[in-house]
Design a protein around this ligand. Sequence first.
Ligand SMILES: Cc1cc2nc3c(=O)[nH]c(=O)nc-3n(C[C@H](O)[C@H](O)[C@H](O)COP(=O)(O)O)c2cc1C
Length: 173
Amino acid sequence: MEVSTAIRNRRSVRNFKSDSVRKEDLRKILNAGRWAPSSGNTQPLELVVVKDPKVKKRLASAALGQSFVAEAPISIVVCANVPRTKRRYGERGSQLYVIQDTAAAAQNIHLMAYALGYATCWVGAFDEEKVADVIEAPEEVRPLVIIPMGKPAKIPREPPRRDLEDIVHENIF
Ligand SMILES: Cc1cc2nc3c(=O)[nH]c(=O)nc-3n(C[C@H](O)[C@H](O)[C@H](O)COP(=O)(O)O)c2cc1C
C-alpha cells in the first residue's frame, strides 16, 4: 500500500471484530514503531502488548472507561523510558522530546497497522498513574499512548479537516 493511501484513509476505529492480530503482522507493526525517528537516536520507546482480557479490562478502566480498549483483541501501550533521553537533553528531552519520539512511533504503528488491514485508535485520555500501575511500568517509564488494534467492525465516516489555506502560513505567521 502507498504511504499516501494509508495516511489519507486511516480512521480512528472504536469497534473491533474478535479476530486476532497475526503474530507476523504484529511484529511488522511493532518494528514500524521501532524505526521511527527519535531525538539524537536516544530511542526512549518501550512497547507493552496487552492481550490478557483481565489486563485489557483494567486498562480500559484506567482509560476513563473507554470500553473498546478492552474489546479490541490487543492494545499496545506506547511508553517513554524518560532517562534515556533526559541524560542527553535534560529538561527539553524529558518534557518535549520523549513526547515527540513516542508520538512519531505511535503514528508509524497506526499507519503500518492500517496498511496490513487492521484498525486502530489513538487513545490519550487515561489516568497515567493507573495505566502505569496496570502494566507494572518501572518508575522511569511513562505510558503516553494506548493503541487498541484489531480488524474493524465499524469504520466511522472521516471527520473533517481544516482547509490547507487556513493552516499554512508563508514565511511568517
Ligand atoms: C493525542 C490524541 C489523543 C486521543 N485520545 C483519544 C481518546 O482517548 N479516545 C478516542 O476515542 N479517540 C482519541 N483520539 C482520536 C481522535 O479523536 C481522532 O484522531 C480524531 O477525531 C480524528 O479522527 P481520525 O483519526 O479518524 O482522522 C486521540 C487522538 C490524539 C492524536
